[in-house]
Design a protein around this ligand. Structure first.
Ligand code: F6P
Length: 381
């Protein structure tokens, strides 16, 4: 177990924190699937905490790191330097284990109290005064349970699927969509050359955001979402009508959770002892049916975890940083039980005269500049 300056101070009975660099210590963990931008959150939390002279403990492999044998690492601005550029998470993660609070969409189970008490001992032993919990639906459900049991926790939403309620955007989504767009750009050139139908299956169990955004940006001609059960007649008619108009190649994007009207989702296989559903195969099924019904040469590609791996886009680095900084602010303000949230993804109508009357410049006192300053970026003044 790491020995920090704070513990040395408290061991020595030092109560005047002016003689210590650190005046408080918080923890951070991420749980569930990895996601591009997770390291930007960690970087943001550490940077903002350092400015407040707070020490940060990062738990390894999510909540599991809080259980015996406890595993954590002290995070500081030196050992987190540059990590916002990296994919995955430097803390490691798991979507299994003792804290697996989710058993499918909408179904949650409580984490047993004896497990929570073991984690609480770690929390107390490390003298933590706040815990940043980064995760998706299941992880945040556990965060809520902990908060209701009196833990000083704040949440940071995480999922490439962008399907969490109460935030307009999650980091990781932009990176996943960028990968889908890149795949479609590549598939289009081969589809055009051979006058084929190319079907791309993308992630999205319950929500089709990746398919929708990736499909629109990547020039898909057909997009099938979990939210709109599809009719194969309509899909094939669209392809045949393109053919009649001399548009002889078609790109089809299928979310893994899409299903035909009156039909069911397709399960690729079930994983080990995980209670989570593992979807897959709908892209292949749709491709086969298209080939059979239209006679068009059709190929299927499944993008899979390529959508989760790799470096985050600039947007996800910024959003992750911003979320991390805000999480520290929430702890500072003792707004426990809150989750950071992005609230601006909305297209509206305004009078043209409102747009041309002035330029929209960076607000020196705005949130973006504040976030940059909070992680120690010098703004020249
Ligand atoms: O929830 C994010 C997600 O990427 C889903 O879109 C996908 O179905 C799932 O995770 C895959 O999970 P795993 O990595 O456990 O296979």
């Amino acid at each position: 177990m790491a020995v920090s300056f704070l513990s040395v101070c408290s061991t020595l009975g030092v109560r005047n924190f002016n003689v210590c660099k650190y005046i408080m210590r918080i923890g951070i963990l991420n749980s569930g699937g990895d996601c591009p931008g997770l390291n930007a959150v960690i970087h943001g939390v550490v940077g903002a905490a350092d400015k407040l002279n707070w020490e940060v403990v990062g738990f390894i492999d999510g909540f599991e790191g809080m259980l015996p044998p406890e595993r954590h690492m002290m995070l500081d601005i030196t050992n987190t330097m540059g990590i916002q550029k990296l994919g995955g998470t430097v803390l490691g993660t798991t979507n299994k284990g003792n804290f697996g609070a989710k058993v499918g969409a909408g179904n949650v189970k409580e984490v047993p109290h004896d497990i929570i008490e073991m984690a609480r001992k770690t929390f107390n032993d490390l003298e933590l005064e706040g815990l940043v919990i980064v995760g998706g639906d299941g992880t945040l459900t556990t965060a809520l349970q902990l908060y209701r049991m009196g833990w000083p926790v704040v949440g940071v939403p995480k999922t490439i699927d962008n399907d969490l309620e109460a935030t307009a955007r999650t980091f990781g989504f932009d990176s996943a969509v960028t990968t889908v767009v890149d795949a479609l750009d590549r598939l289009q050139t081969t589809a055009l050359s051979h006058k084929r139908v190319l079907v791309l299956e993308v992630m999205g169990r319950h929500a089709g955001w990746i398919a929708l955004h990736g499909g629109i940006a990547g020039g898909a001609n057909v997009i099938l979402l979990p939210e709109i059960p599809f009719d194969m007649d309509v899909v094939c008619e669209a392809i045949e009508s393109r053919e009649k108009n001399d548009l002889r190649s078609t790109l089809v994007v299928v979310a893994e959770g899409a299903m035909p009207e009156g039909g069911a989702k397709m399960f690729h296989r079930t994983s080990g002892n995980s209670s989570e559903f593992r979807l897959g195969g709908m892209g292949e099924k749709v491709a086969n049916e298209i080939a059979e019904r239209t006679g068009k040469e059709t190929r299927a590609v499944t993008l899979g975890h390529l959508q989760r791996g790799g470096s985050p886009t600039a947007f996800d680095r910024i959003l992750g940083t911003w979320f991390g900084v805000k999480a520290v602010q929430l702890i500072k303000d003792k707004q426990f039980g809150s989750m950071v949230s992005y609230q601006r993804a909305h297209v509206d109508a305004v009078p043209i005269e409102d747009a041309v009357s002035r330029l929209r410049c960076v607000d020196p006192d705005g949130e973006e500049v504040a976030a940059a300053r909070a992680i120690g970026i010098c703004m020249g003044k």
